[in-house]
Design a binder for this molecule. Structure first.
Ligand SMILES: NC(=O)c1ccc[n+]([C@@H]2O[C@H](COP(=O)([O-])OP(=O)(O)OC[C@H]3O[C@@H](n4cnc5c(N)ncnc54)[C@H](OP(=O)(O)O)[C@@H]3O)[C@@H](O)[C@H]2O)c1
Length: 483
């Protein structure tokens, strides 16, 4: 791995401390093939080198990464640069060059924008201009946190700005879901196991359900969240990425370009979403995980008349040869009963119900559950005969748990940052993908969709449940087979 300077804008923030520094340390610094890696933290707060080192040392200790080697790294390879009130970046370039010289780094730089989206454009422009002006050996890579734009037009503008200074090969748009092992394993699962790929289509799959549930609320961020909402914050990026990976065709090669091309094709194949297939909700007071929680409107910084959705469920159709007529049903929300992320693939029932007649229990269909949170793994439900007289069936499960099989997994950010350092863009979002995803949801952003109340600790508005147990399609799977 090349040596590099990791220039972290937003170093005084929550993401830097909780996720990024532990990930930099474990994913890039503490590896056998590591080159020297230094961090130049940037912020407007009146911090100094020592304060940043202490903060990051504590962050490493919190993650069980403390120790002598980590202490030495913090003392030698972490520095802080304070920038002006408006975030002008001038001071950092001089400091960066000085550090590179002192630490004998090779001139490679990763700029990571862990700052509010409102500050992206100005920072990208300043970094871009500086990068063009500088005569520096080594590569420059730019990492941009989500959200990438807040609608189609803003995403296009941001892409245009980024491309003024950088090639697409230098840009790493983060969707941290793509760093999760199970998400990557979805590709291996599908394309390295002939038994699954051969049934991965409308002839064999009845429906796909994707759930991303959070038990937490907006946690003191209602001011930010209220301008965004769940459709922008979760559906347009995380859930849509899961749809594309579940639905994409096999790529010609396993490289970033081929995979991204197939994902974009899926996005272009999704039919316009019918507003009648969308349900929005907002949580009210209730209890969850044994605690009483206030409602979204009860938070101090929520506008009293807010109609921002904290829950969204929707049904979409990928109208291509493979998936025509198969509903992809998505739901995500805050203050749901538990934190979980899973993709449920419902296979069709057998064409003839040999075991469903009088005196036998009715058959249920095979379901493949790919679980991303809280435990990464998958479960395949199969029907077996219950021992004893007759032919009563029972659903049993084959289960695979990633951690049981391989031990502790790298965090998503660890995987992604290691990829940035090695220049692998496979798990990052291409400009075309961001725009295609915004184009898909743009009509819903403008639509007048009522936002219904749901009690904290429940699975969303009451009319959501039928979307997940019965479908509005005219034909049942059995009828379609009969045709
Ligand atoms: N936290 C998460 O789990 C998470 C997850 C996914 C994505 N993100 C994204 O990551 C970014 C940072 O999130 P965060 O949770 O770390 O936010 P945060 O705790 O509010 O920190 C924001 C950071 O940005 C700096 N900053 C604020 N306003 C700025 C401006 N106008 N110009 C330049 N710097 C500014 C702040 O430092 P100073 O005040 O010292 O300048 C601070 O270091 C956001 O884009 C967020 O959407 C966060």
């Amino acid at each position: 791995m090349d040596s590099c300077l990791f220039i972290l804008l937003g170093a005084t923030g929550d993401l830097a401390k909780r996720k990024l520094i532990p990930a930099v340390y474990r994913g890039i610094v503490d590896r056998e093939d590591a080159g020297r890696v230094a961090v130049l933290g940037v912020g407007r707060s009146n911090w100094d080198d020592q304060k940043l080192r202490d903060t990051f040392r504590e962050a490493l200790e919190d993650e069980g990464l403390g120790g002598e080697a980590a202490d030495v790294w913090c003392d030698e390879c972490i520095a802080y640069c304070q920038v002006g009130k408006d975030g002008e970046l001038d001071p950092i370039f001089e400091r960066a060059t000085k550090l590179e010289h002192e630490l004998d780094l090779s001139g490679n730089r990763i700029y990571y924008l862990a700052i509010p989206p409102s500050a992206f454009e100005k920072s990208i422009q300043e970094i871009g201009e500086q990068d063009e002006a500088e005569q520096r050996d080594g590569w420059t890579r730019l990492v941009v946190e989500k959200p990438f734009g807040h609608d189609l037009e803003s995403a296009q503008q941001l892409n245009a700005l980024v491309h003024t200074y950088f090639d697409e090969e230098q840009i790493y748009r983060i969707d941290h879901y793509l760093g999760k092992e199970t998400v990557q394993n979805l590709l291996v699962f599908r394309f390295a196991n002939a038994i699954f790929e051969s049934v991965w289509d409308r002839m064999h799959i009845d429906r796909v359900e994707i759930t991303v549930a959070e038990s937490i609320g907006v946690e003191g961020r209602a001011g930010y969240f209220d301008k965004s909402g769940t459709l922008r914050d979760m559906v347009q990026n995380h859930l849509t990425q899961l749809v594309t990976l579940a639905a994409m065709e096999p790529p010609a090669r396993f490289d970033a370009e081929s995979i991204r091309r197939e994902k974009v094709k899926v996005l272009h194949s999704i039919a316009p979403i019918d507003v009648r297939d969308v349900i929005f909700g907002q949580y009210t007071a209730g209890d969850g995980e044994g605690e009483e929680h206030e409602g979204y409107k009860d938070h101090e910084d929520t506008p009293p008349d807010s109609t921002t959705e904290t829950f969204a469920a929707l049904r979409l159709y990928v109208e291509n040869w493979r998936w025509q007529g198969v509903p992809f049903v998505l739901r995500t929300g805050k203050r749901l009963p538990k934190r979980l992320t899973q993709i449920d693939v419902y296979f069709r029932s057998p064409p003839v119900q040999l075991f469903g007649g009088p005196g036998h229990c009715s058959i249920s269909r095979n379901v493949l559950r790919i679980q991303l949170q809280p435990h990464e793994g998958f479960t395949l439900g199969v029907e077996v005969k219950t021992p004893g007289d007759g032919f009563d069936l029972s659903s049993q499960q084959f289960h695979f748990d990633y951690e049981n099989a391989f031990g502790p997994l790298p965090t998503a950010y660890e995987t992604l940052l290691a990829d940035v350092a090695t220049g692998d863009q496979t798990l990052f979002v291409h400009a075309d993908e961001t725009e295609a995803a915004w184009a898909l949801f743009e009509p819903l952003l403008d639509a007048d969709i009522p936002v219904q109340d749901y009690k904290s600790g429940t699975w969303g508005p009451t009319n959501v449940a039928p979307m997940f147990v019965a479908d509005r399609r005219k034909a049942t799977p059995e009828e379609e087979f009969a045709v």
